[in-house]
Design a protein around this ligand. Structure first.
Ligand code: C2E
Ligand code: MG
Ligand code: MG
Ligand code: MG
Length: 281
């Protein structure tokens, strides 16, 4: 861009770009040592049966607290970790920690772990999962891996085969943030997902009376039922949203209305009441 063509725009724009690049650089450097400095931990958000309100398990959500920068949002540092090739060691730590912590919970609650496309394209990933299960003693059917549609974007990288080998371990797969990516429904018939997670944007839209959002939820629920999959609605924040989601036929719900992500001790405390109501349904 020419400096003559509106210097004001140029100067207003440039420092911001610089700041972003600087922030990236600082965060990336800090992230490189976050694991060894013990700055990561997991929080667990309850997943609840939509009909009965009883607890079925938890989703593990990664948290990074830097000593001076404070808490950094995963929406910021996960993409950074993917680009900086740090997602493999961090993702392995998440899997080991989640399996280890969930193995100590009472009852038969499940734990869901988010997995990046980058991790799935690593040939050693299936062995990492098998090892996390073996080391922790968590039975495979209590582990669920959440992947997004983006894993199917890169053709010829063997994502489908990797998912097949993961299923052979006896774990479950769910399709996260459904409807937000570039969906080709073909992979739903190729890969055995247990659950489709309906993105929060549809839940919010439906509760505001957006006809298209309601139509999409209905269609996804019908599709899931005919493929023998269940549905989880993400980001349910109010009683009204819960009622609507239940009426639309979603099997499970997750969101602040049922519980924010909890520290592991509190999650473990809740597993004493697996099968009991988290909230009146
Ligand atoms: P996600 O897997 O779709 O997780 C759901 C996100 O929605 C979480 O944000 C959760 O805290 C938030 N959430 C749950 N209920 C509500 C609600 O009622 N209202 C609102 N407004 N938000 C709600 P979080 O923890 O910030 O994580 C953001 C994303 O970062 C996750 O989205 C996931 O894609 C990614 N992520 C988190 N942990 C990991 C991880 O261990 N590995 C990988 N690869 N990605 C992770
Ligand atoms: Mg998720
Ligand atoms: Mg999600
Ligand atoms: Mg989401």
């Amino acid at each position: 861009r020419s400096k003559d063509a509106g210097g004001g725009v140029f100067h207003a724009y440039e420092p911001q770009l610089h700041l972003q690049a600087e922030e990236r650089r600082v965060l990336e450097m800090a992230l490189r040592s976050a694991l060894e400095k013990d700055e990561l931990h997991l929080m667990y958000q309850p997943v609840v049966d939509a009909g009965t309100g009883s607890l079925t398990g938890f989703e593990a959500l990664l948290r990074w607290t830097h000593p001076t920068l404070g808490p950094v949002s995963p929406a910021k540092f996960i993409p950074l970790a993917e680009e900086a090739r740090l997602i493999a060691p961090i993702g392995e730590w998440v899997l080991r920690t989640a399996c280890h912590e969930a193995a100590g919970w009472k009852s038969y609650s499940r734990v869901a772990v988010n997995v990046s496309a980058e991790q799935l394209h690593n040939p050693g990933f299936v062995a990492v999962v098998a090892n996390a299960l073996a080391t922790s003693g968590l039975s495979a059917d209590r582990l669920e891996l959440e992947v997004t549609e983006s894993v199917f974007l890169r053709e010829g990288t063997g994502a489908t085969q990797t998912l097949e080998r993961l299923l052979d371990l006896g774990i479950r797969l769910s399709l996260d943030d459904f409807g937000t990516g570039y969906s080709s429904l073909g992979y739903l018939s190729r890969t055995r997902f247990s659950t489709i997670k309906i993105d929060r944007s549809f839940v919010t839209g439906a509760a505001r009376g957006v006809k298209e959002a309601i139509a999409i939820i209905r269609a996804v629920v019908a599709l899931a039922q005919s493929l023998d999959m269940t549905t989880t609605a993400e980001g349910v924040e109010t009683e009204e949203e819960h009622m609507l989601i239940k009426t639309l036929g979603c099997s499970k719900v997750q969101g602040y209305y049922f519980g924010r992500p909890l520290p592991v001790e509190e999650a473990r405390g809740l597993t004493d009441s697996v099968g009991e109501q988290v909230r009146a349904a």
